[in-house]
Write a protein that binds this ligand. Structure first.
Ligand code: LLP
Length: 402
């Protein structure tokens, strides 16, 4: 049991707390599900990109799925070997492509015909051969929040099957491209297996059809997306997930690459915030806390639910309240109509499931320094990112001061 009260006292709030042991057990469960097959879990760095978290997964044997050269650099710094790093994303700059090729990573995930042309040109300039995979958009509805749905033709991600086929033929004929993988990722926080299985079938069919023209791919990259429980969602079991994917491959002997983010970190993370005061506007009750949308934007952006646990002496009956932060936006809330007891100044709220897309999506809006992050492993607590000071926030803004 984590003693949140002591942590808040020692490290102050707002504060992110991560349970690394929980992350390890999630990693092992997913890895185990693919037992008997060659597999690589490439942690989706965007979910929580703190170097210590990336290193934690690297130590467990994980690779890294990166969507910017910054994330690739993080992966290297954290000790992920180059042959386990994937670089994805719909808009890569020439500089990013160049650095990725020079770094000799596992492959670049290409998301358009135009991008494939740029990758070839840059590889040629560098006199290198670049390993690539192509992100296929299978046009399947993943049945998740529209902002995190990526596998429909309406979404900007990937290419349709026919374009993918053309691109593989082009890459196969190029002296500077080596097509080694195929990739799909239809969305995040997926709780239904059907759309995943259907997508895998479409992509596996393409692999088989490429094989008939002597283009044999090694990596079957199924993206990330496994959902977790925030409230009462029924989630997909890793074993069922793996079986569904493997069932579509039949005789294909490929390494499964999986890019989990949320599954590994979401429920390992807590966001701690303190009550500043309560207020009522007419009948409406607000609990004003010291954490805000700049710390955890998921409720504001997706109307996402995060369980909140109040640590208080209060015995008063619970009533509904909006939990709001100090930021000057009506959209600044951590919860709406949430049942909470009457709270006092300095009572602690523990916001659950905050380990994925929490700190990483934070900002300095309203000149608020970002929270500290601490991690717990085998009972040992470490600060893995210091709280940002005012000086940190203005450090890059000196140009016109004199
Ligand atoms: N691979 C690719 C290509 C992705 O685009 C993503 C996430 C992942 C892997 C990892 O997905 P995961 O296993 O975490 O579902 N900010 C949103 C989530 C955005 C996900 C973007 N892509 C949220 O807070 O719900």
């Amino acid at each position: 049991m984590i003693n949140f009260k002591d942590l808040a006292k020692e490290y102050k709030t707002p504060l992110y707390v991560y349970d690394l042991d929980y992350m390890s057990s999630q990693y092992s469960e997913l890895k185990e599900a693919f037992k008997g097959r060659k597999s690589l879990l490439a942690y989706a760095v965007k979910a929580n990109s703190n170097l210590s978290i990336v290193k934690h997964f690297a130590d467990l044997g994980s690779g890294a799925d990166c969507v910017s050269i910054g994330e690739v650099r993080r992966a290297f710094l954290a000790g992920v070997p180059h042959y386990k790093i994937i670089f994805s994303g719909v808009g890569k700059s020439d500089d990013e492509i160049r650095e990725a090729i020079e770094s000799d990573i596992l492959y670049i995930n290409v998301e358009s015909e135009a991008e494939l042309g740029r990758v070839e040109l840059i590889a040629k300039e560098l006199n290198r051969v670049c390993r690539i995979s192509i992100r296929v958009n299978p046009n399947i509805d993943p049945k998740t929040h529209p902002y995190i749905s990526t596998g429909l033709h309406d979404n900007k991600f990937g290419v349709d099957i026919n374009s993918a086929k053309r691109m593989y033929i082009f890459a196969n004929n190029s002296a500077h491209l080596d097509p080694v993988g195929i990739h799909f990722h239809i969305g995040s926080q997926l709780t239904e297996l059907g759309p995943i299985r259907e997508s895998a079938e479409i992509v596996a069919d393409l692999v088989r059809s490429l094989s008939t023209i002597k283009i044999d791919l090694k990596f079957f990259d199924i993206g990330g997306g496994l959902g977790v429980q925030y409230k009462n969602e029924v989630t997909i079991k890793p074993y069922d997930y793996a079986q569904a994917i493997l069932g579509t491959l039949n005789a294909l002997d490929m390494t499964i690459v999986c890019e989990p983010g949320r599954f590994l970190t979401a429920n390992a993370g807590y966001f701690l915030t303190k009550v500043l005061y309560e207020k009522h506007n007419g009948q409406k009750r607000f609990v004003v806390v010291d954490g805000a949308m700049n710390d955890l934007i998921r409720p504001s952006l997706y109307n996402a639910y995060h369980k909140i646990e109040a640590i208080t002496e209060s015995k008063e009956v619970e009533t509904l309240a909006d939990v709001v932060g100090p930021v000057c936006e009506s959209g600044d809330f951590l919860a709406k109509n949430y049942s909470l007891p009457k709270l006092e100044h300095n009572d602690l709220l523990v916001v659950h499931s905050a380990g994925a897309y929490g700190f990483g999506m934070g900002s300095n809006y309203n000149t608020r320094g970002r929270s500290a992050e601490i991690a717990i492993k085998g009972g040992v607590v470490k600060v893995i990112r210091k709280r940002e000071s005012f000086e940190d926030l203005i450090a890059l803004e000196r140009e016109f001061l004199n």
